[in-house]
Write a protein that binds this ligand. Sequence first.
Ligand code: MLT
Length: 411
Amino acid sequence: MTTMNQHFLELQGSYLFSEVAKRRTKYMEQNPQADVISLGIGDVTRGLPQAVIKAMHAAVDDMVNVETFKGYGPEQGYSFLINEIIANDYKARGVELNTDEVFLSDGSKCDVGNIQEIFSTDSIVAVQDPVYPVYVDTNVMAGRAGTFITNIGRYEKIVYLDCSAKNDFKPSLPTEKVDLIYLCYPNNPTGMTLTKEELKVWVDYAIENDCIILFDSAYEAFITEDNVPHSIYEIEGAKKVAIEFRSFSKTAGFTGIRCAYTVVPKEIQGRDVNGNAVSVNELWNRRHTTKFNGVSYVTQKGAEAIYSTEGKAQIRELVDYYMTNAAMIREGLREAGFSVFGGVNAPYIWLKTPEGYNSWSFFDYLLSEANIVGTPGVGFGQCGEGYFRLTAFGSRENTERAIARIKQLSL
Ligand code: MLT
């Protein structure tokens, strides 16, 4: 028999959202009459903006004519989209980027999962806890996490940065030497944010301690408050130490279409085993061109349309729709007596489970008593135990019905 990759065998259970989906499906099979409302995985429910649809239709027509047909495109993405990204998402916020610092892909999940490949397997990884599980699992697969310590529910070699209500879900700096720090802001799952001053502390730390920040800002479009940075590059010096991940999934309804991008500034340097400087950008480019053949032309034309005047207005409407849901969930849960976090600058609402319930028992209770699917906080890490996440990505009607059901529960 062929020997399997032992690192993969260190993974715990199944991927969180697959497990949630499995339990939901089982419940629905056993209770076919149940009217289940899903506020679990953060998947969008509104249709694509009209500007995107129009652009994608036109792009399909381009593929019919020999003169405009497109085969393989650049692995990094077409310049028509990269230029819009740089002008609108960065230059407009005072950040200068070159076109070869932006890499398009088919999703941030893939990019945040793949990025670790270019770093040494000896690198020490720090993650927030609770954390988007992809950061941890992909490092487990790479052999960077060591073994899982069952009684504490953590991997031996990962540095966990605890986040709880006590520190307002804002982690302290690591107390030991780390090489890679995953930060996610606005945060998934807690929905919390850092101010510019707070993020600067991390950038300064990374500069002083020679480490790299992997900054996931997939939920940037949902920021409503001033002084919450939209990009880590708004912080001075960040281009030397940070890689940023952005996605069109939640902003533009692209979870099924697939398009995201990663910014790898040329200023970031790593080193080889002899201590010689290595360009992180060049190595990521090497990896990307080897393993990825580009986002489809039709998809990129759709993404480009997001930056048109019409597209921008439609995206704003989409984001506002979900953030109205977020406000309704937040207020509704408060009225029902829950302690609630997030939901102001992010489409996630993080709540404390009621007395006597842990994350999974509350999941089961909510599913059976209110037919609502959420995500158990412990699925994001030990610090998530006793918490629960609801998403604002449902339809308005389902969001209203879910809150009405929760208010009826006798907790
Ligand atoms: C989530 O629910 O946390 C996200 O939708 C998962 C993802 O984007 O992969």
